[in-house]
Structure formats: structure tokens, C-alpha cells
Design a protein. Structure first.
Length: 318
């Protein structure tokens, strides 16, 4: 009998078994890759959250720094108050200086002759602006401005009634300041306004000495002196108005009552016929001013000199 040894060593696997094992291996590796991916995603999420948290904290810190760098409302108001106080003090000092300058210029205009006033403004043109700024401040305290009364008279009595006539009413505003009459009637077809003063602040004004106006004889219908009989030679202004006015032409004067020797102006109206002006009307109802209307009449011989019936207007220091 034959003895058979069955120990044949490792037995080789069949093809089907190898296929099954290959599939299992693939599944295992795939699972490992998935686990690694999930862990990676979770890690990324953690990293992103941490980064976001760090960014947010940095932003908050930055905002806090900004808030600290911006002054609080209280601090800002404190700074503004300090600045306002300084500005107010500077403005007060400036107003005081301007007021002193105005009074000085005003005194010069009333106590010197007009040719010297012309020279003063030529050498220092800014003085004219300072003076009229001070004058506007004074006017604000008046119940009414006489130039506005004259403007109303021109509108009612002459502008409408003369609209259909061929010849314009010619007006000479002597000592016009900022030329309110001319600016009011700049588009008028019936009124023609010529404005004169020591300085020309705008296009309406011709700079000159009021004692020597650049207009021909007897070419004006109405001559206006609205608070402008200034200077020690004010009588020469009236004589110049007589020269340029037509016979029968009107002279309008507005002056502060305190300037008249009788404190009303009636003595002024009585004396002006000596210069060839006949009194037509006098308005005394205003507490501060007297308004006059005169008419030019022929004068035979030389005009007489008037007595000192008009004094200087000096503003008192407040």
C-alpha cells in the first residue's frame, strides 16, 4: 500500500476569492480617504472660525482705538466753546476799533473842508468802507431812513407821472454814499439819476468834491442832499446845487435836527432864500430829521453868506 503525504504547503487561492479581497481592500482605502477628508474639513472649519474670531477681535480693537482717538462730545464742545470765546473777544475788539475809526472819520468829514476829505480818502481808500459800515450800523437804530422817504416821493410824484413824457427827470444825488437812489431806479425809463460822493464804491457813483460836480449848468431837475451837508464849506455845496439846477428845479435836503441852531430847522428854511432857494415845504414830524423842499429862483446880484446855522454832527462814544 502506498503511504500518501497530504502536506502540500500553502494552498493558492482561487480567482473569485482574490477578486473579493481586492474589492474589500478598495473599500477600506476609500473609507480611509473619506475619514481623512472629513477630518480635514473639520480642521479647516476650526481654522476658519479661529481666523474669523481673530479678525473680529482685531476689528473691535481697531474700532476701540478709533473711538478713543475721536474726542467726546463734551471734549468737543469744550474746545468749540474755547474757540467761540476767543472769536467773540476778537470780534468785540474789532467792533470797538471800527467804532473808534468811524467816529474819527465822521469828525474829520464835519470839521474839515471837502477838498481835504477828498485827499484823505485818496490816501486811505479803506476809510470810506469803514465809515459807511459804521453809518449802516447807526441807521439800523433809526425808525426810518430819510433816503427811503425821498425814494417814495420820487416813485409817487415823478416816476409814474413822467412815464409817458419824452424827457427824463434828471436827479443829482450829492453825497450819495452807496447810491441807494440810483440802484433803486437803475431800470427806470422816466428817472435818470447821477450819483456823486468822495469815493466811488460801485458803478453808480462818480468820485468828486461835492463843491465841484462834473455837470453842466442848469441841467438837473432835482438835487438831493440826504444827510450830506458835511464839511465846513457846506454852503459851497448848496451854491453848486444852485448852479446845476434848472430854474424852477427842486432842492431836497434831509438833516439831523440836532445840527440846526434852533434844533428844528425852521431857521435853515428862512435863511436859504439868500442862496436863491424858495421854501416850498418843511416836514418837522420826524423826531430825528427835518426834510425840506426848496425851489430854485433867480437871484439878482451876488448870493449872501449864511450865518452859522448848521453845526457839525459828532457821534458820542457809547
Amino acid at each position: 500500500m502506498f503511504k500518501v503525504d497530504w502536506d502540500l504547503g500553502p494552498v493558492s487561492k482561487s480567482a473569485s476569492d482574490q477578486t473579493k479581497e481586492s474589492r474589500k481592500e478598495k473599500k477600506r482605502k476609500k473609507g480611509e480617504r473619506k475619514n481623512v477628508g472629513d477630518k480635514g474639513e473639520k480642521l479647516n472649519e476650526k481654522v476658519l472660525k479661529k481666523a474669523k474670531s481673530v479678525t473680529t477681535n482685531n476689528s473691535l480693537k481697531s474700532e476701540i482705538k478709533k473711538e478713543k482717538s475721536v474726542p467726546s462730545i463734551k471734549e468737543k464742545n469744550k474746545g468749540d466753546a474755547k474757540h467761540t470765546k476767543l472769536t467773540s473777544l476778537q470780534q468785540k475788539m474789532k467792533d470797538k476799533l471800527d467804532g473808534a475809526n468811524f467816529r474819527w472819520i465822521n469828525e474829520q468829514l464835519y470839521t474839515t473842508e471837502s477838498d481835504k476829505a477828498v485827499q484823505m480818502f485818496k490816501e486811505n481808500p479803506d476809510l470810506f468802507d469803514i465809515y459807511h459800515a459804521g453809518f449802516r450800523y447807526q441807521v439800523e437804530g433809526w425808525p426810518e431812513n430819510p433816503v427811503d422817504i425821498f425814494i417814495q416821493h420820487l416813485k409817487i410824484r415823478f416816476e409814474h407821472s413822467n412815464a409817458k413824457k419824452k424827457n427824463n427827470i434828471v436827479i443829482a444825488d450829492l453825497g450819495c454814499g452807496e447810491a441807494k437812489i440810483a440802484s433803486t431806479f437803475r431800470k427806470s425809463r422816466s428817472l435818470q439819476v447821477h450819483s456823486f460822493d468822495l469815493v466811488a464804491p460801485n458803478e453808480h457813483v462818480v468820485a468828486c468834491d461835492i463843491a465841484n460836480v462834473p455837470m453842466a449848468d442848469e441841467t438837473v431837475d432835482i438835487a438831493v442832499f440826504c444827510l450830506s451837508l458835511m464839511g465846513t464849506n457846506w454852503q459851497s455845496f448848496l451854491k453848486e446845487a444852485y448852479r446845476i439846477l434848472k430854474v424852477g428845479g427842486l432842492l431836497w435836503v434831509a438833516e439831523i435836527k440836532s445840527r440846526f441852531s434852533d434844533k428844528s430847522g425852521e431857521v435853515f428854511a428862512k435863511e436859504l432864500p439868500k442862496l436863491g432857494f424858495e421854501t416850498k415845504s418843511i416836514q418837522l414830524q420826524n423826531k430825528m430829521f427835518t426834510l425840506f423842499e426848496f425851489k430854485k429862483v433867480p437871484v439878482h446880484g451876488k448870493c449872501e453868506e449864511l450865518p452859522p446855522i448848521l453845526s457839525a454832527c459828532i457821534y458820542k462814544r457809547r
